[in-house]
Every structure is written in structure tokens, then in C-alpha cells.
Design a protein around this ligand. Sequence first.
Ligand SMILES: *Cc1c(COP(=O)(O)O)cnc(C)c1O
Length: 358
Amino acid sequence: MLNFTVGPVMSSEAVRAIGQEHVPYFRTPEFSEVMFENERLVREFAHAPQDSRVCFMTGSGTASMEATVMNVLSPKDKAIVVNGGSFGHRFVELLQLHQIPHHEISLDYGQPLTEAHLAPLANQGYTAFLVNMGETSTGVLYDMPMIARFCQANGLLLIVDAISTFLADPFDMEALGADVMITGSQKALACPPGISLIVLSPRALERVNQNHSVSMYLDLKSALKNGERGQTPFTPAVGTLLQINQRLRDIKAAGGVESELKRMKMLSQDFRQKVAPLPFKMFTTSPQNGVTALSPQGISAYDIFTTLKDEYQIWICPNGGDLRDRVFRVGHLGALTTDDNTTLINAMLDMQKRGLIK
Ligand SMILES: *Cc1c(COP(=O)(O)O)cnc(C)c1O
């Protein structure tokens, strides 16, 4: 199997080897050391400001999105949320569910966010800004420096869902003045699903400590307290945390986050060059490194996904809803190489020869 989806993605041999072992008991100083190292490396790779903390939550990325909304925000906030696809929509639903007043910036699929969207919202009493740095459903990378300038000028707390962009696109929490960064184990971390994590700036930590707890399992106060001794309140996905540790150490040994970002950029550019002669259109002008969204012509995007899966044992990522037949996505996250890109392109060329791609 060759997996070009956007998660779960393929893991390195070293990460997979851990998956084969027994899962150890975790209330030990040894496991606490692993957790301290995980926190240290995540903070380093996110360029988190001093005195930031990291919460490791057992649950997929959405658990950390929800924990953030419940613990960092309160009904006294007035948030701005960018909705350019299914993950932006998820933030909107979470704000609705938890009764956080908000204004939604609704974008067409694939459309970038511009100054024109933000200007009317300046000086309107907003307190927080929520954005999916990469809207993985359409492959759009938002202009984070522009968003950060707006947030700084208006004193807004900046909450960034970097679930598909952390370790794939440049992200400097301190330079952006971002307060929260969220990611998950099955995207660029290239581990099995089960863990998501939240990096909190000192300003975000202050809010967590001031707000009333509204959940037991997703309570960040208790996650932070336990984290002080390298532990979690409840049994975490221990095996996945050990795999995350391996992956973070491997990135560090290979030159750190900058090398990993270079590798990701090289992989996505290699694919985009190789796919250019095929009759697909790039779905967005500002793509993330982790995913290329493409529109085929005269054939259903979903059928391309199905044929590649059933006849070539290659998985690309289909879209759901309105985009099902219009867009497919090729992920670049995980243990992929330029040779793997060539294998996928050759399969697409073969489909073209057979008249299945026109
Ligand atoms: C994958 C992803 C999520 C979270 O999805 P889960 O299925 O809950 O892990 C959230 N936001 C973005 C941008 C994503 O790519």
C-alpha cells in the first residue's frame, strides 16, 4: 500500500517498530522523562515563547480543538472564526455548541483570506481569532503573518489549528504572537491516531487558570497540573506517545524542524512539477506543503480515488460533500519519497492511457 492521504499517513520503520512492542505501564519516572522530552521538543519545533506549556490529550485533533474552545474561551469572549471548509466549519460548530459569541468569516472553497476580509472587523470589541492555518479540506494555507498583524493591532488572542501544518509549513509561534497551537499525531507527526496536543502561551495559560472548568476529561487545568510531573490525569494513548517521542527525536537528529520543513517543501514541489502535464487544475493558488488539491476535468474526482485504490493499491484522499466529484487531494505527509511520487504519477499516466483520465 502506498498512502497519499492526509492522515493517518505512513510511519517510519522506527515508529512502526514501537507499535509492535507491548505497551508499558506509565506511572513511572521513565515515562515522565519521555513526556518531558516530548514537551521540550514540541515547544522547540513550534518556536513557542518562554514559559509556554504543552498538553497531550488522548483523542484526535478535534478533541484538542474542543478542549481549546472550552478552556481558553468563555461566553464573555467575542471571537472571529475563519470558515473556508470543513475544518473551519468545525470551529464554528464548537463555538456554537459552547455558546461563545462569534463572527464567522465565510470563504468560498479554496479562496484565500485577504486584508479586505479583516479590515471591517478592526476595533469592534473582538477578543479572539480562530483559524485553521491549513484548511486541509481544500489545501489552502492562510496568510499567517497578515492574520498575526491584525490580531496584534487589535489585541486578539490568536488560536491556530496547525493540525496539518505543524512540521510541514513554517510556523513560529513567538514571531506570530500566537497563543494556542493545536496538532495531532496522525498528520505530519506521522504516528498512529490517538493523541492531539495543545501548545499554550503564557497569556493562554492565564485564561485557562481563570476560566471555570466545564469538562472533566478535557480539562486543561488538570492536564497542566499533571504535566508538571510528566503525567496525564487519565490513561493516555501510551504507545502513541512513545511513537511521538521517537519521531520527534528522529526529526531533531536529522537537523531539527527546519530540515523537516525543507524536506516537506521539496516533496510537494516535486509532486507538483511531475503532475503538471496531467489534465488537473490546482484547486488553490496558496497551497500548503502537506497537501495538493487538484480538480480533474470531465471525470469524477471520486472515481480517480476509487480506481487508484482498487486497481493500483495507491491511496489518495477523496473529498466529501459538495467537492466529492470536483476535487481530490494528494497528501505529502508521512514517510513518502520522490520515488513514491513517481509511482503515483505513473499510475495516473497509465489511467490516462486507458482513457480513465481525460
Ligand atoms: C485532520 C484535521 C483536524 C482534526 O481531525 P481529527 O479527525 O479529529 O484528527 C482538524 N483540523 C485540521 C486542519 C485537520 O487537518
